[in-house]
Design a protein around this ligand. Structure first.
Ligand code: F3S
Length: 399
């Protein structure tokens, strides 16, 4: 790879051992992918996780004096303020959260603790070069905004935040952004929930590819959030196009950059239904409801408030969202309605965190296959159902 004088100085350790390590990681990735050089990034998002390895790496960078040149937003952890009111926290879990907070703060990250930064705090424009980790975020910024990011890890995105550059390869190049599989969506796609199933099913049918969807009209931002989250959880798809909707696909020809699709597949309503049946735990009695994987928007919070207004939930209901949306929900009266029904809105929290230990071994309901996917190893079971149906189930305690 060719390096600028500044990048060479970083590699030589002139900016400290933390920056040197970050540049070495990026150089190794660049060499592995035959990148010719580095390019500057204008935005970064780091999927901070609170896991030991992540913390080890962040603290190593801090010890080496690194700070972020392009300050990243960060993924959710868990809000110890909110959870102290809900459950008893293990001291070691709380300690790791506090150490992670301290390390990332020292690095200069913007501590948003939100997994949908592309909607409210880190919104790119068309063509911007980014380094974004987080499964729903990378497909959204690539596909919906037409910004350019590879499918970064928490560590590679953090290295780009520190150095301000990323290796030039993969989805940063226009030619690699061409679609290669045409996906005819024959299902009606009437509910945002259908996009969860579509996102989970498509990678099974096409593997690692850039799908071009036809037959989808005017999806909501929540539908697109769901689609990206599942495409990149059920598989590893970080870029898709929707003909007539996303910015690099005004026509089918543009989406494929004039090439012929290598494969064509059809998605039917029956397949989406079968996908849901496969992913979902059987119905029956439920112990709780959990939403916000990815973090709920204010419109989704409003939808839940509308469903539970003046009613009592039979089981606890939790909604995860950003602190900004939680504050908005408070100001708009949604939080009061949900709290009076027996529900809780928690900010800054991911379901893949130890704060949910009090639900281990129980059966919940959610609208998100991603939520069910990450909690399997934690002995939690989930019925997966559309939002309205699942809230009705939480009101009755049974699905
Ligand atoms: Fe967000 Fe955690 Fe789910 S980062 S998408 S709540 S797994």
């Amino acid at each position: 790879m060719k390096f600028t004088a500044e990048e060479q100085a970083m590699l030589a350790g002139d900016y400290g051992t933390g920056t040197q390590l970050a540049m070495k990681v990026l150089a190794a990735i660049g060499e592995a992918y035959d990148a010719p050089y580095m390019v500057p990034v204008t935005r970064t998002h780091v999927a901070l996780s609170n896991q030991e390895a992540d913390l080890w790496f962040a603290e190593k960078l801090v010890a080496g004096g690194a700070t972020c040149k392009i300050r990243p937003t960060v993924n959710p952890s868990f809000s110890w303020d909110n959870f102290h009111e809900i459950t008893t926290l293990e001291p070691e879990d709380e300690a790791i959260v506090k150490r992670t907070h301290a390390a990332y703060t020292k690095l200069g990250a913007i501590m948003t603790y939100n997994c949908t930064p592309y909607l409210e705090r880190n919104v790119p424009r068309f063509g911007e070069i980014l380094s974004f980790s987080e499964s729903s975020a990378t497909p959204f910024v690539n596909s919906v905004y037409g910004a350019r990011s590879n499918r970064e890890s928490a560590q590679s995105a953090l290295c780009s935040a520190i150095t301000g550059v990323t290796p030039y390869y993969g989805f940063l190049l226009k030619e690699n952004r061409a679609g290669n599989v045409l996906v005819h969506v024959d299902a009606a796609m009437q509910d945002d929930f259908d996009y969860q199933m579509l996102g989970y099913l498509v990678p099974r049918k096409i593997g690692f590819a850039v799908p071009v969807f036809e037959g989808i009209t005017n999806p909501s931002k929540e539908a697109l959030m769901n689609l990206g989250a599942q495409l990149n959880t059920g598989g590893n798809i970080a870029l898709y196009h929707i003909v007539g909707f996303t910015p690099e696909a005004s026509t089918r020809e543009e989406a494929f950059q004039g090439k012929t699709p290598a494969q064509q597949v059809h998605i039917t309503q029956a397949e989406l239904t079968a996908m849901r049946e496969e992913l979902s735990a059987p119905g029956g009695k439920i112990d709780f409801a959990l939403y916000g994987c990815p973090h709920f928007t204010i419109d989704q919070v409003a939808a839940v408030a509308g469903l539970v207004k003046n009613k009592k939930l039979a089981v606890p209901l939790f909604i995860m969202t950003s602190s900004l949306t939680r504050t908005l929900a408070q100001k708009m009266g949604y939080m009061d309605i949900i709290t009076r029904a027996g529900g809780t809105i928690v900010e800054d929290t991911c379901m893949d965190q130890p704060c949910w230990k009090f639900l281990y071994g129980k059966k919940g309901i959610t609208d998100s296959p991603k939520c069910a996917y990450y909690t399997k190893r934690r002995d939690m079971q989930f019925v997966i159902a559309p939002l309205a149906d699942s809230v009705q189930a939480a009101l009755k305690g049974v699905y």
